[in-house]
Design a protein around this ligand. Structure first.
Ligand code: TSJ
Length: 655
């Protein structure tokens, strides 16, 4: 391949499908694109991204330790946001690179994209915290970076500035140590002046590395005056107990479902797995997972393996003990209540997702599932009593989950009920039925007054147009088709006939509010017939009322009072006014004629209104049925007979 000039280097991330092989990309890519679009490589340019740089460098040293070549890692934070990381490994190769005769391997690694790991030999490559983009990205985003390599008793040094070599690789003489030391300062041109390394965050990162790989000692040091919390200025981090130590520090002394923690570590040809699990009801559940010591907060295949293994082993236990509830258990029931750590080591892991923090290597699932299922079955079998305790605890979680789902379904149903309300219903704002009222009003004009007169929070208005269907003389099919009644049933929400459900009734009181005239009385009796026939339980439950709007307004001087009927009018005329007063008497032709304020005061407002509760007297059951049938039923001759018998009692009404 012809040697490319810098001008030929272009951002392959913008043209990914040009048919270049991975090898071409490695050789072609310079670091310009990284500085041009840092976010593409480190997921942003904020403080989190700044710490990604540190993670990447530490992970490179971790690689060397995990591969068994280094036993300690030194991390030192000094003022001016300068971070130094040193390991006692083999040292980055400094021999001339086979493809670039005048460049050392070190220089190629640090100045080209995707060049990391090309030198083989590492058993478990972390691919770095940036998951493959490598140390050159950190170099590109550093104001400067110094690399010291001690190999074969000799020491080399090379300096880079903003990703470019600033001088040749220099041999510095004999070395009394072995390994690699990288010191760098993130570029303020990229991260701004305000972004600084956080000692607490770096310390936490260092500590988790020590927990995750018990074969390494992490030596932490930080300039004293950078520390603003209880982070130690110096610490030696070694955890021979590994993940179990970490779990213990999280769960502390709180009660756990089982006395033993389920933990272990196993290695085979495909990789290594380390895990620690406990169920501690008082602690917020968590699952921290890692691949090659890199956190995988988005989970992935290794977590899937763990979930499957633990669930299947627990189900197997349930089946062995003939527990009927075994089938209820899902992986969520087992894991969403657990405090767990999972760490895997595999060769060439693959990460996916925007931030590359989800493991996607399929072999990780197989590895974890195979090892963990076996171990967990053994662990359960070791103590059947504890296994039962854990099983019961998980079944409780499953039952809680089912109950929650049921409740959610009910509330969803309630929500859809609300969505399917009739258009002309002016509903109240209160959600629950308690304390609410539905006024059934005759006609749109009365409906309009009622809407203005109501208390929006608790009173709903449903205007009904004209005479509603007489249910006593109509077939049930007609009932379904009738718009007014179907609107009414929708507004009530409680169903009718055998499907009536009191708990679904959307209002506490249903108030029939019709004009105080013959037509009004007719509509009221049609409505009462409907309720009596279709939902007698609603009447029995004490939910049905009749409003008592006034028929007359009596006015004299500044005094206005209302009379419910003729008798009331006569009584009030005598008692409320002086005997010779010229009282102005007006008769309402309908509710629509009343001012909303009057309607409110006289008929709708709690405290000043009068309501009549409709009741079904148990002793009068038979008589009620006969009367309804007689007056409202299909046979006009019964109605005629009633009129004949009662005509003598009728008095003329003032029209
Ligand atoms: F990030 C980094 F590249 F700058 C970096 C690398 C930073 C730090 C702190 C350490 C390292 C690093 C790299 N430590 N150890 C190594 N080892 C190698 O690069 C290495 C050494 C020898 C061989 C070999 O095959 O002989 C192969 C490798 C990858």
């Amino acid at each position: 391949m012809a040697k490319k000039q810098p001008s030929d280097l272009f951002d392959l991330s913008l043209a990914p499908s040009k048919g270049y092989t991975a090898k071409d990309i490695e050789v072609l890519e310079g670091l310009e694109p990284v500085r041009r679009r840092p976010g593409m490589y480190i997921g942003g340019t904020d403080v989190a991204a700044l710490h990604h740089l540190a993670a990447e460098i530490i992970d490179n040293a971790m690689d060397e330790a995990v591969a068994g070549h280094a036993s300690f890692i030194e991390i030192e934070l000094t003022g001016d946001d300068t971070l130094a990381v040193r390991d006692n490994g083999r040292g980055i190769p400094v021999d001339p690179h086979p493809k670039f005769k005048n460049k050392s391997a070190l220089e190629v690694i640090m100045t080209t994209l995707h060049a990391g790991g090309k030198f083989g030999g590492s058993a478990y490559k972390t691919s770095g915290g940036l998951h493959g983009v490598g140390s050159s990205v950190v170099n590109a985003l550093s104001e400067w970076m110094d690399i010291e390599v001690a190999r074969d008793k000799r020491c080399w040094m090379m300096r880079f500035e903003r990703g470019k070599s600033a001088g040749k690789l220099k041999e510095m003489g004999t070395a009394s140590w072995r390994g690699t030391k990288v010191t760098f300062k993130p570029d303020q041109q990229i991260f701004g002046k305000e972004a600084h390394f956080s000692p607490a965050r770096l310390y936490r990162m260092a500590k988790s590395k020590a927990y995750l790989f018990r074969g390494v000692e992490i030596r932490w040091s930080c300039e004293e005056d950078l520390i603003k919390d209880d982070t130690p200025a110096e610490d030696k981090l070694v955890f021979p107990g590994g993940l179990t130590d970490y779990l213990a520090s999280e769960v502390g002394g709180t009660a756990t479902v089982t006395t033993r923690t389920f933990f272990g570590r196993t290695e085979n040809d495909n990789g290594a797995v380390e895990w620690a699990l406990t169920w501690a009801p008082a602690v917020d559940p968590f699952l921290l997972s890692f691949c090659n010591t890199i956190p995988t907060p988005q989970g992935g295949t290794h977590e899937q393996g763990l979930r499957n293994a633990v669930t299947r082993a627990l189900r197997a236990h349930g089946e062995r003990t003939n527990n009927r509830k075994t089938s209820l258990i899902t992986p969520d029931d087992v894991m969403a209540s657990a405090c767990a750590m999972l760490s895997v080591f595999i060769r060439e892991p693959e990460f996916q997702g925007q931030t590359k923090d989800k493991l996607s290597s399929p072999e990780a699932q197989k590895l974890v599932e195979g090892i963990l299922r076996d171990h967990f079955e053994h662990w359960l079998a070791e103590s059947p009593l504890e296994a039962d305790k854990l099983f019961d605890f998980v079944v409780d979680r499953a039952e809680e989950r089912l109950k929650r789902r049921q409740e959610k379904e009910v509330s969803r149903k309630a929500a859809t009920r609300k969505l399917r309300l009739p258009g002309k219903l002016a509903d109240c704002t209160r959600d629950e039925a308690e304390g609410t009222e539905l006024f059934l009003v005759e006609g749109d004009s009365a409906g309009g007054s009622a809407k203005q007169a109501r208390d929006r929070n608790t009173q709903a208005i449903l205007p009904l147009r004209g005479k509603i269907l007489n249910v006593a003389s109509a077939s049930s099919g007609k009932l379904q088709q009738n718009q007014e009644l179907s609107d009414l049933m929708q507004a009530l929400g409680c169903g009718a006939g055998s499907k009536y459900r009191e708990e679904d009734l959307r209002y506490e009181r249903i108030i029939v509010m019709t004009d105080a005239d013959v037509d009004g009385a007719h509509i009221a009796s049609l409505l009462l017939t409907f309720f009596y026939r279709e939902m007698p339980a609603l009447i029995e439950g004490g939910h049905l009322f009749l409003a008592m709007p006034p028929l007359y307004r009596l006015n004299h001087g500044g005094t206005t009072i209302y009379a419910r009927d003729d008798a009331d009018k006569e009584k009030l005329l005598k008692s409320a006014f002086k005997s010779n007063a010229k009282v102005e008497v007006s008769r309402f032709k309908g509710l629509g004629e009343m001012m909303p304020a009057q309607l409110k005061e006289t008929t709708m407002k709690r405290g000043t209104r009068t309501l009549v509760k409709v009741e079904l007297a148990e002793s009068e059951r038979e008589r009620t049925e006969t009367m309804v049938e007689k007056l409202m039923g299909k046979k006009p001759e019964l109605r005629f007979q009633f009129i004949q018998e009662n005509a003598a009692f009728a008095t003329d009404v003032d029209v």
